[in-house]
Design a binder for this molecule. Structure first.
Ligand code: GLA
Length: 386
């Protein structure tokens, strides 16, 4: 789905667009489920993205048209309810946030489409929210800064869609930078870029094809189990506002007070935060072996402590362990399926992908999709409306 298609779909419906925006999906190198515990993450925006064409509308109805699905919604931006189309609610959520903040949004027309695989854990929803948020900001000269647009997009998902996600996906989609991974402190929102353009290696995703459905999955259960852990630590007199403030010795010393499952959930988060820091240091000194090792350790934690992996993704990661061309790998994103992310020697990608696809087919009778992810800039307007 390229720019010409999105633009001509717009012209066929609404006339000439005045603005084009591109908004990328993301990968997360390491730091899984740490964002909503105010910890660290290391995502990057990638070249799987959504393109939007926009213009003000001449009547009081706003129109959103999803080109990939060939579906549309129409609504009055001052007065609307939830849509029965899931994708529609990501867009409506962004307009709703504006409305709540007292901005009056004039009606607009928008077509969008792209190539972010659905259900793969690559944050197509964040790309949709952030692309529309930045597009409307530009189209109507609202002057909201980028960080506010990120927060607004996250709140759209929390409040309108009902998914209690953290801030990582929206932040990565907006603040991503070509060839760099973004270490984000999810408490202070300070961030730092680390070079992730690794000579001879590529970030490769293998899509298990098993779909995660975050809203009704275990995501919110994990969140409350960890909150239970924080409440317990507070009761024991520890000064913690979130698991970000907890340390491993603190947990270990108080293990007897914890429910066994809650303890493992908390230990995973504390360890995963440390792994992000270690992985960033390894990247900075180009120590790829250590970096890869951290990915495998993250996988172990997700499998045994946080328990968000599934047999399909466990199998895929296990298959990479004995392959010298793969430096490290782990399940990526919200969990319960989706992609595994790996760092693989470029010259060996085709051979290894074929081998893995065959093994996966034999074991689960499922097809494996392979994406090579190049790291690109975050959401931006495109200056070439023709
Ligand atoms: C989803 C959420 C993110 C983050 C990840 C897990 O992608 O939207 O906020 O919590 O899961 O790391």
């Amino acid at each position: 789905m390229n720019q010409e298609t999105i633009q001509s779909e717009f012209e066929a419906r609404y006339g000439k667009p005045t603005l084009l925006v591109r908004s990328p999906g993301r990968v997360n190198l390491i730091g899984e489920h740490t964002d909503y515990h105010l910890g660290f993450v290391l995502p990057a925006a990638v070249d799987k993205e959504i393109i939007f064409a926009l213009a003000p509308s001449s009547d009081d109805q706003a129109h959103l048209h999803a080109v990939n699905l060939d579906e549309s919604i129409a609504f009055n931006p001052q007065d609307f309810r939830k849509s029965n189309k899931d994708w529609g609610n990501y867009g409506l959520g962004v307009v709703d946030q504006r409305r709540q903040r007292g901005y009056s949004i004039p009606a607009f027309n928008c077509t969008f489409g792209g190539n972010i695989p659905q259900g793969a854990g690559m944050s197509s929803s964040a790309a949709l929210e952030c692309g529309l948020a930045i597009g409307l900001n530009e189209l109507f000269g609202l002057g909201i800064d980028k960080i506010e647009l990120v927060k607004l997009s996250q709140r759209a998902e929390n409040e309108f869609v009902g998914m209690n996600c953290g801030i990582m996906d929206q932040f990565a989609s907006v603040f991503g930078k070509a060839r760099q991974a973004l270490k984000l402190d999810c408490r202070s929102l300070e961030y730092q870029y680390y070079p992730a353009d690794i000579a001879g290696y590529k970030i490769v995703l293998f899509n298990s094809g098993v779909k995660h459905s975050l809203v009704d999955s275990e995501y919110n259960v994990r969140r409350s189990q960890c909150e239970e852990g924080v409440a317990l630590l507070q009761k024991l007199g520890k000064e913690v506002e979130s698991l970000r403030d907890a340390t491993l010795p603190m947990l270990e010393k108080n293990q007897e007070h914890f429910d066994e499952v809650v303890y493992r959930r908390c230990a995973y988060i504390v360890n995963e935060n440390q792994r992000v820091t270690d992985a960033c240091e390894a990247l900075a000194r180009q120590d790829l072996a250590t970096f890869g090792q951290k990915l495998y350790e993250s996988q172990q934690g997700m499998q045994h402590e946080y328990e968000i992996t599934v047999p399909e993704t466990e199998f895929l990661v296990d298959q990479t362990r004995s392959e010298p061309a793969v430096l490290g790998g782990r399940q990526m994103g919200g969990g319960f399926g989706g992609c595994i992310i790996n760092l693989i020697k470029e010259a060996e990608i085709n051979r290894f992908s074929d081998q893995l696809a065959q093994a996966y087919k034999e074991k689960f009778d499922l097809d494996l999709e392979v994406y090579i992810a190049d790291i690109v800039n975050g959401t931006e307007t495109m200056n070439n409306v023709q």
